[in-house]
Design a protein around this ligand. Structure first.
Ligand SMILES: Cc1cc2nc3c(=O)[nH]c(=O)nc-3n(C[C@H](O)[C@H](O)[C@H](O)COP(=O)(O)OP(=O)(O)OC[C@H]3O[C@@H](n4cnc5c(N)ncnc54)[C@H](O)[C@@H]3O)c2cc1C
Length: 496
């Protein structure tokens, strides 16, 4: 039986509901369960956690700490998040450990540039952040020494990444190789599913599948969830992490102080591909030590290694297919069914044609991309804070206030609306949510600030410091499940 931290008696425990069993909902549930402060119940609309409708298995898995670096605060924030992710997860959930960033030689082309900042400046700033971090936490040297973190690429290396056959008219101005973690999405999903099973077997989390929350209502005493249009459950606190198709859920009436903007939701599309044998023969490095390539441009694109022998390819022209604004108010807005079911209607092309087009677009810079073998097209929605950001950098900058909307029930409980935004951010933001919930117990004098800070606190650089027990909350010490089990999940969940 797993030991919980506070082990509060039942009468002091809150009833906590979590909507959505994607990475955000499951991570938050695991942390709350480990704290031992409430009865945690997850409601998931589909029949599986980490299902194909959500974005947690439909993404490229880069734990970002470089590409949005034109803005120093964002660079620091993503660094804190990605190093925490790396620290809390077992080794086996990671695939690639470095990414090559190439900068095409175009005017106004980068997602990284803030006025007067280029990729070399970001490299220096990131190295400095890592150095300072190691001064305080010397064991967290996951990417080697500070001077190993970012390498400026020489011309020969750039040429080898593009392939000897490179004949593209488009020139690359330069590049860097950054040590950063990339998730093996299949292994990551299997790990989280395994952890969730363990915690529900031990009655630390209750999970209900095929239970769609379709309304959230505030009563005098509690927060009520309407499920599947028929039954109702009451909770003290509700965390809404069900954004994939859940943004249409009307939420408690905002009042001005608690209102914190809404969401911008985008339909994103990328392709999964295999490296064919002929290409491996032509460029042997692809077989041996290939690591991901990202083009830093306004509408950026790239090739990410997402599993052994599988590449995810995305390209600016095809990446964003549609978008909708969801202000946080009582009106419900539905994500169009076509987004999830009929991509052809949106793009006017077959999925095969879109897969081809992604490769062709990227091949303007990386010619061998067009020789990749199609596996399938992946699509998912991603949620950004509020209004349309001017560019990728602005979208990232706006990420430092993850809780989009919070309602404080007069009885002390809370309603928290928190879309995951970036996978990179999820462990960090789950601990932020846990702190928000722990504040209820401090307010009621059930726990003291000191007791909480012994287990979770932010240092002066906004890095989250955890007690040794809490470091295991996301399954760090958990053995990988049997290979047959993992293969079954990857197939049934349709991950690749
Ligand atoms: C194409 C793409 C590429 C990306 N690449 C990266 C990347 O490289 N790096 C990175 O850090 N991030 C990336 N992201 C972002 C990342 O995938 C998301 O931030 C993250 O997965 C969000 O997790 P979540 O749990 O909030 O949402 P989801 O995984 O979408 O989970 C939401 C869950 O809620 C359930 N649900 C919805 N409505 C209801 C309801 N009413 N009742 C009950 N359950 C409900 C859904 O079924 C689903 O299981 C990418 C996203 C996309 C779309």
């Amino acid at each position: 039986m797993l030991k919980t931290i506070f082990n509060l008696p039942p009468q002091q425990q809150q009833k906590i509901a979590i909507i959505g069993a994607g990475a955000m909902g499951v991570s938050t549930a695991c942390i709350l369960a480990r704290l031992g402060i409430g009865q945690v119940t997850i409601f998931e609309a589909e029949s599986k956690a980490f299902n194909n409708k959500g974005s947690s298995i439909n993404n490229t898995g880069i734990l970002h700490h470089f590409v949005y670096g034109g803005h120093q605060k964002t660079l620091e924030y993503f660094f804190n998040q990605s190093i925490l992710f790396r620290k809390l997860m077992p080794e086996y959930v990671f695939g690639d450990n470095q990414i090559n960033y190439l900068v095409p030689n175009e005017e106004g082309n980068t997602a990284i540039n803030d006025a007067g900042v280029n990729f070399k400046d970001v490299a220096v700033a990131l190295t400095d952040i890592y150095r300072k971090h190691l001064n305080n936490y010397k064991n967290e040297n996951f990417w080697g020494q500070p001077e190993d973190l970012v390498k400026i690429l020489d011309e020969a290396t750039i040429k080898s990444l593009l392939g000897e056959t490179h004949s593209s008219g488009q020139k690359i101005a330069g590049g860097v190789q950054v040590r950063q973690s990339v998730l093996n999405i299949g292994e990551y999903a299997c790990h989280m599913i395994n952890l969730l099973k363990l915690l529900s077997k031990q009655n630390l989390i209750e999970i209900n599948y095929n239970q769609r929350v379709d309304n959230i209502d505030i009563s005098k005493e509690k927060i009520k969830l309407n499920i599947n249009g028929s039954h109702q459950h009451c909770f003290d606190t509700v965390i809404n992490a069900g954004y994939a198709t859940g943004l249409e859920v009307p939420i408690p009436v905002p009042n001005n102080e608690q209102y914190r903007e809404g969401n911008l939701v985008k339909l994103k599309v990328y392709g999964l591909y295999k490296i064919p044998l002929t290409l491996k023969q032509k460029i042997p490095e692809l077989n041996t030590n290939f690591s991901s390539i990202i083009l830093i441009r306004g509408q950026y694109g790239g090739i990410i290694k997402v599993g052994s022998d599988i590449l995810a390819v995305f390209s600016g022209r095809e990446y964003n297919q549609s978008e909708l604004n969801f202000p946080v108010d009582t009106d419900s807005i539905n994500i169009p069914q076509d987004w999830l079911e009929n991509l052809e209607k949106i793009t006017g092309r077959t999925e095969k044609e879109v897969s081809q087009s992604i490769k062709q677009d990227l091949a303007r810079w990386i010619p061998w991309a067009k020789e990749l073998e199609d596996i399938k097209l992946k699509k998912a929605v991603q949620v950004y804070p509020s209004r349309k950001p001017a560019d990728q950098l602005e979208a990232a900058q706006r990420n430092d206030d993850p809780i989009r909307y919070m309602y404080q029930h007069k009885n002390g409980g809370k309603y928290i609306h928190i879309p995951g935004f970036k996978l990179t951010s999820i462990p960090y933001q789950s601990f932020q949510v846990a702190l928000e919930i722990l504040s209820i117990y401090i307010h009621r004098e059930i726990l003291t600030q000191e007791q909480v800070e012994q287990h979770i606190m932010l240092d002066s650089n906004k890095y989250i410091i955890l007690s040794p027990e809490m470091e295991y909350a996301l399954g760090k010490g958990l053995d990988q499940s049997a290979i047959s089990e993992r293969e079954k999940i990857m197939q049934e969940w349709d991950i690749y």
